[in-house]
Design a protein around this ligand. Structure first.
Ligand code: FAD
Length: 544
């Protein structure tokens, strides 16, 4: 019987074990986990802090006993694999409670050790008892106990990525005053800075003290000091500035690392050492859009890689397609989802691209509880290949992003998107879904029928005293408008053509780009050659 040894018993590890069992009823499967739990939902950890998951033990999805009884898999907890001898196919396992080391033979060794939170040792106070990170059930219990025991009121969360923001949301829900400190100019690097502004506003609106462009320099019992010298009240600190692949064991064994620092693997997730495989957050993967090596610490890639490894070991054909990076996060009353490349990445990779931004309602606007979807589609120019998308809204915007992720996976073009037939009833969407609309706008941009500039350029336009038309109705204009914009509503412009200059550039915007698009097209059809639409309008922000 094949002896399969797995290092790490959570995202990837538990998936390898389960898949192997489905392929081979007689395999001898042993999964070593250095922590006290296997198979827990890492992604659910932050939700214990708010009480959404009241009992932290519920985060553990399967116990070693269940693994034994249901799958005949040995899940051995509190056991760290400290070394391996690939020549003789033996691992050394240390019982972290007793210190006892035992040897264990394998035929195939699979590493799924994950990634560990980055804890910069140069920061004064980083080892204080009030400093935490979130990786497992032990961590989340420790944080909850500390906050309760010490009656903590103010928490500083360092880092505005997924984990930092999810933790912040849950701490706010628990009644804490939360400061988020982010060293770059925006949170969530999975969206571009224009869309990140919506997230920033959402955080401010929910009482989060968001500090951008500033880093952590020191921690004390009562406050954190930032690089700028600013001091922020905080009796507890959560470090969430990112993760680094856990490569200690792999390096010790002699597995090669890739250029990004993750464990290098081949098409079948085999490392540089035969019969030693690696999956999950610890490995280096290929971005299928840029063809560059990257790392992606997300649950789905870990799980599908795990299945692929098991399949490969059992002689099945495996097709490692690389990753595109698809994610979603719930934050207070907003959902933020994205897939593929951002504008920022396109720029750094030298990819010629264009964007279509649309802001349709999530369902037919006369239905109850409609809300806007801010949707950005990024496509290659001039090929029209779909490169990425970002969606933010109160509705389930992962719906739209999942469509785009599917299209990218199938090498879709914007022309595929325009004709994509999707389910519709007024409860669920508009007849033309946001993704269809974005495809149509993208096609217009590609054909040169819709000259646009992004909304992020508006400030520069205002500074240059450019001629901007606000195509909304007067009451909307009066409620708030771009400085010096001229209000010529779509409903009136045909009677007011003489007010529209023909000798200087004219920019048109509205609430969601729909009315301005119609005016742009009408003016171009009337012979104007100086018209540009402002793509996407965040004036809707005031409606949140
Ligand atoms: P893990 O699941 O981290 O498992 C690795 C395990 O290996 C660890 O338990 C570790 O103790 C053990 N280990 C390491 N070295 C050894 C050793 N030498 N011997 C024995 N055991 C060892 N992803 C999403 O897609 N969506 C989300 O919403 C999301 N939310 C998240 C929220 C949080 C708070 C966290 C921490 C992660 C989140 N993730 C999310 C990421 C997702 O959980 C990971 O991508 C996934 O778990 C990776 O699986 P893995 O097996 O590589 O690592």
């Amino acid at each position: 019987n094949k002896k399969i040894v797995i290092v790490g018993g959570v995202g990837g590890g538990a998936s390898v074990a389960a898949r192997v069992r489905r392929l081979d009823e007689f395999a001898d499967i042993t999964m070593f986990e250095k922590g006290p739990n296997v198979s827990f939902s890492n992604c659910s950890l932050p939700y214990h802090l708010s009480g959404v998951i009241p009992n932290a033990d519920d985060i553990v999805l399967k116990t070693p006993e269940q693994f034994k009884n249901q799958y005949n898999i040995k899940a051995v907890v509190n056991s760290e694999v400290i070394s391996a001898d690939p020549q003789n196919k033996i691992v050394q396992v240390k019982n972290v409670k007793t210190g006892e080391v035992t040897k264990y033979a394998y035929d195939e060794l699979v590493l799924s050790p994950g990634a560990k939170p980055i804890m910069p040792t140069t920061i004064k106070g980083i080892d204080n008892e009030n400093v935490f990170s979130v990786r497992n059930v032990v961590d989340i219990k420790k944080i909850q106990k500390y906050l309760t025991d010490k009656k903590v009121a103010d928490v500083a969360v360092i880092g505005g990525g997924f984990i930092g923001l999810e933790v912040s949301e849950n701490l706010v829900e628990a009644g804490k005053h939360v400061s988020v400190i982010e060293a770059s100019s925006q949170v969530l690097q999975t969206v571009d800075d224009d869309f990140a502004q919506l997230v920033h506003k959402n955080l401010y609106d929910h009482g989060v003290n968001l500090i951008l462009d500033d880093g952590l320099s020191a921690i004390s019992d009562t406050e954190v000091t930032l690089a700028s010298g600013k001091k922020i009240k905080a009796q507890a600190v959560i470090m969430a500035i990112g993760v680094q692949p856990e490569t200690t064991l792999a390096t010790k064994i002699g597995c090669k690392l890739g250029t990004t620092g993750g464990i290098a693997v081949d098409q079948h997730f085999e490392t540089s050492i035969p019969h030693v495989y690696a999956v999950g957050d610890a490995i280096e993967v290929t971005n299928r859009l840029t063809r560059k090596k990257t790392r992606l610490a997300l649950a789905f890639p870990a799980q599908i890689q795990a299945r692929d490894v098991a399949d490969h070991i059992y002689g099945r054909k495996v097709d490692n397609r690389g990753v595109i990076g698809t994610s979603v996060i719930h934050l207070f009353d907003l959902n933020v989802s994205s897939t593929g490349l951002t504008e920022k990445v396109c720029q750094s990779e030298g990819i010629d691209y264009r964007c279509a931004v649309v802001i349709p309602q999530n369902r037919v606007s006369i239905m109850p509880n409609t809300s806007p979807i801010f949707f950005k589609l990024i496509f290659a120019y001039p090929s029209g290949e779909i490169l990425g998308a970002q969606a933010i809204g109160q509705s389930s915007v992962d719906k739209q992003i999942n469509v785009i992720a599917t299209m990218i996976s199938m090498n879709g073009n914007i022309s595929d998107l325009t004709h994509l037939e999707l389910a519709y009833s007024p409860w669920f969407s508009t007849a033309k879904n946001a993704v269809n609309m974005a495809g149509l706008v993208a096609e217009n941009i590609l054909n040169g029928e819709y000259p646009t500039i992004p909304v992020t350029k508006v400030r520069q336009l205002v500074e240059k005293d450019a001629f901007i038309i606000d195509a909304r109705e007067p009451n909307e204009y009066q409620a708030g408008h771009i400085i010096n914009a001229v209000n010529i509503p779509l409903s009136q412009f045909r009677q007011r053509l003489d007010e529209i200059p023909t000798d200087i550039p004219v920019y048109i915007h509205c609430q969601s780009s729909q009315r301005s698009y119609n005016m742009v097209r009408a003016l171009i059809n009337r012979g104007f050659t100086n018209i540009t639409g402002i793509s996407g309008s965040f004036l809707e922000l005031s409606n949140y």
